[in-house]
Design a protein around this ligand. Structure first.
Ligand SMILES: Nc1ncnc2c1ncn2[C@@H]1O[C@H](COP(=O)(O)OP(=O)(O)O)[C@@H](O)[C@H]1O
Ligand SMILES: [Mg+2]
Length: 362
């Protein structure tokens, strides 16, 4: 097995901030390695060190066998970097941007032209090639940014949050491009806040939080790590949500999470399952869906760090935490998605949700 990137004990401080507190990682050649963590975890700092843009305060890293400090020049010949923020020039056209970069990396004018044409076609930007980048959509800019990082045909590619802010369609397009790159032997270090993205693309994942790697493994290994399985119950009638939350909470002895109209909770002992079914039946709850499954990466992240990976999920948790009576039926249940049956219980739920929101503000 060969490794394209190896990092040992990387430490980086900015004043009092410890951005990296001793990070180890190893990226197998021709694979995608996912560095997964929330904002401020230290992902970009790790990428910048591996791209020779900043020096570590302690630790070592090598890319393609070259030390990132002692042999920075050789490392730069091997790598491409598509940063978190678009690095192309807005006022230039797609073609002009790629030509400029080709010339900067020492390609002859005809070679740079050829490469630009090739990349624009590959990333479906040929129609927009002679338009200024400022007229591009978000997805097109990201594709151009990625194309720009590939002008010199790097064997090692850093993608720093390549899909943050993109719509699902553009995100899927980027994923396909990344898969194509690894198929051609490129090693990719991908940073992301999205568990699904790491799950989709990465063979190996390192979960980082506060400058430390808190878990590593394949997506499946990470999911298996927590051991617990997840019980999910969706009542056929949204009005039954409070009853389901209370039954699931009592029997699993965990605080259930509510998303849309599905109640989930970790289940340590699957022997509890028949009791859940019995209690639901006794309470007259008609069950729309009931399942027991392995943990998602999202739940793994929560159990490892005590907080969610993405800002949206964290906000949802904060809203839930404001619901002081422990009845979480209201959270994540946006107005109109559940209580459309017009009965009195639905109104009561709405009131409860409203109250919870008020409390969470104060
Ligand atoms: N140039 C810098 N100066 C001061 N603090 C920085 C600098 N770069 C990063 N940091 C801090 O280091 C921590 C890690 O940042 P970063 O590596 O950008 O995280 P991520 O990419 O995971 O969001 C954060 O607390 C950030 O504010
Ligand atoms: Mg970052």
């Amino acid at each position: 097995m060969t490794y394209s990137i190896v990092a040992d004990g990387l430490v980086k401080r900015f004043g009092d901030t410890v951005a990296l507190a001793g990070v180890d990682l190893a990226v197998r050649t021709g694979s995608v390695f996912g560095l997964l963590g929330p904002n401020g975890a230290g992902k970009t700092t790790a990428v910048r060190i591996l791209a020779t843009l900043v020096r570590p305060d302690a630790g070592h890293a090598s890319v393609g066998g070259y030390d990132v400090v002692a042999s920075a020049h050789q490392v730069r010949q091997l790598i491409g970097l598509a940063g978190q923020y678009a690095s192309v020039d807005e006022t230039l056209t797609g073609t002009e941007n790629l030509l400029l970069i080709g010339r900067l990396v020492g390609q002859s004018r005809p070679a740079a032209k050829r490469r630009a044409r090739e990349l624009l076609a590959e990333f479906r930007l040929d129609d927009a090639a002679s338009r200024a980048v400022k007229t591009y959509s978000g997805g097109m800019r990201r594709r151009l940014d990625l194309a720009a990082s590939l002008v010199s045909r790097p064997r090692v590619l850093y993608l720093d949050e390549p899909t943050t802010g993109l719509d699902p369609l553009s995100r899927n397009e980027m994923w396909d491009i990344v898969r194509g790159l690894t198929a051609s032997g490129v090693s990719v270090l991908l940073t992301t806040q999205y568990l699904e993205e790491a799950d989709q693309l990465a063979g190996q994942i390192a979960v980082v939080d506060h400058g430390r790697v808190i878990a590593t493994g394949t997506p499946a290994e990470l999911k298996a790590r927590t051991g617990a399985r997840i019980l999910a119950v969706r009542p056929a009638q949204p009005a039954d949500l409070p009853a389901v939350v209370s039954i699931v909470g009592r029997l699993t002895q965990a605080t259930p999470t509510v998303r849309d109209t599905t109640v989930t909770a970790p289940l340590a002992d699957s022997a509890v399952l028949p009791a859940v079914v019995r209690h639901l039946d006794e309470a007259g709850v008609e069950v729309g869906e009931l399942s027991l499954r392995g943990s998602s990466l999202d739940e793994v992240f929560l159990s490892l760090t005590g907080h969610r990976a993405s800002a949206a999920d964290a906000a949802r948790d904060r809203a839930a935490a404001g619901d002081g009576d422990g009845n979480t039926a209201g959270d994540g249940n946006t107005a109109g998605d559940g209580d459309g049956d017009g009965d009195g219980d639905g109104d009561a739920d709405q009131q409860e949700l409203q109250d919870a929101r008020e409390r969470s503000k104060g």
